[in-house]
Design a protein around this ligand. Structure first.
Ligand code: FES
Length: 95
């Protein structure tokens, strides 16, 4: 582990708003925790990251409309360089 923190920047979309996030590896246990801290969507991540509720879904957005969005549980995504410069849409909980 490096002495210096390398920042990871990415974008979150939720309810018509854009959130530019700057964080570093180890600041949060997972993406769900960061989203609850920065965006605070209602009823998001109800099982606290146990992978049981599916209320923490995010979809990666692409500029090319021909590329299908990849949907993931944010509680299963660690924050690392893989997220750098990505755009993730926080999906509403609809049930
Ligand atoms: S917080 Fe429940 S599945 Fe992710």
């Amino acid at each position: 582990m490096s002495f210096f923190k390398t920042y990871i920047e990415f974008t979150l979309l939720y309810d018509g708003e854009t959130y530019r996030v700057k964080t570093f590896e180890g600041e949060y246990d997972d993406l769900r925790e960061l989203i609850n801290d920065h965006v605070q969507p209602p009823n998001f991540g109800r099982c606290d990251g146990m992978g049981r509720c599916a209320t923490c879904m995010v979809a990666q957005q692409y500029d090319n409309p021909l590329i299908k969005s990849e949907i993931n549980l944010s509680c299963q995504l660690t924050i690392n360089d893989d997220l750098a410069n990505k755009v993730l849409k926080i999906l509403p909980y609809t049930i």
